[in-house]
Design a protein around this ligand. Sequence first.
Ligand code: GAP
Length: 415
Amino acid sequence: MEIKKDAPVEAGKMEKIIALCKRRGFIYPGSEIYGGLSGSWDYGHLGLMLKNNIKNLWWNKFVEEKSDMYGVDASIIMNAKVWEASGHTASFADPLVECKNCRKKFRADHLGGEKKATGERDLPRECPECGKVGTWLPESNFNMMFKTNIGPIEDKNSVSYLRPETAQGMFVNFKNVMDSFHPRLPFGLAQIGKAFRNEISPRDFIFRAREFEQMEIEYFTRESEWEKHFESFRKEILNWLADIGLGKDSVHELEIPPGDRAHYSKRTIDFEFDYPFGRKELLGLAYRTDFDLSAHIGKSGADLSYYDEETKERFTPHCIEPSFGLDRMILALLCEAYTEDEMGGEKRVFLKFKPSIAPVKVAVFPLLKNKPELIEKARSIYDELKKDIRPIIFDDNGNIGKRYRRQDEIGTPFA
Ligand code: GAP
């Protein structure tokens, strides 16, 4: 396990990636024609294909290649009692500080780092927004769940939340899956879907958004075997990241000390990536113990235990959770793939995606667009290839050099 080091910050690279994403139809600012909406991003045609490729590769590796995994696609809006049981209502909060002068709110740890032994933080003397000195109100905790009301009456009985993690959709379906498929331990549930967090300060493009997607696994095991499965997921995660193009040099493991772990975790490893704005969390692997199933047993009264036919024992399974942020994965792949070079004085940009990740797999061009026989030949190659390889593009716009440039810029591996 390595010691955490800060990756060098690459000035200007993020701006170039964000501009490329918008120009070429990967990712647009959310609600842009109304001035945008902080922390929301819309995926365009190429971004969507990139996202679908990652989801499919993940599902294939962590669900379909296995014989002990079951998929779930649960509702985003869940009964509020789910979040009381899971501990999110009480403690899914970030530290918040507010400037007395301009009322701007900031995440206290982003502004002043972690708390010192004295319980204080090194907050800056001046507010970064209004520049006034010494104006901080006392720190408070801000719950990050998006609250809404179900039905026409807005009172405390109709309160509900958009899910802040997909995980609970799996814990609440544990019994359903047991009743439908009668799996033996160890087995896991997997889900890909949206999660919502009212982040105090969304930032760094799709890295910290208010609406994002997760790809999560809840893997149930006997308590005595959690370390074995934790270790095997650790290796599988590293292998899968390398398979899709995130190599050893840019991915780093960070063992999270007890005081910094989520309330449900007895061990967490963060897998971090060297983003242009520094080394930051890409995904997490946590040992959630029997915290969630036990909490739901306590709150709902449902029987979420497991009966072992061989040992004749009944117990609550323990859980290992690999939790991948899909948008952070997309951003890492874009950052890893982004390359600039120069040829004949001309600056060129290209994305070096692996073919399995590339949104477009092949492009076919006629060498010249005013020669009907070349166009006909190129069309017939395009039609033939399209039967087996998709997505594929036909392009006869501009000169041949420009057509290659356009494909390089979106990471098409073959033209
Ligand atoms: N079920 C466990 C869980 O949700 P987490 O560390 O809070 O754990 C898991 O989140 C992953 O979700 C993170 O590693 C990250 O990839 C992604 N994620 C969390 N907050 C995010 C945000 N505001 N924007 C984009 N991705 C986020």
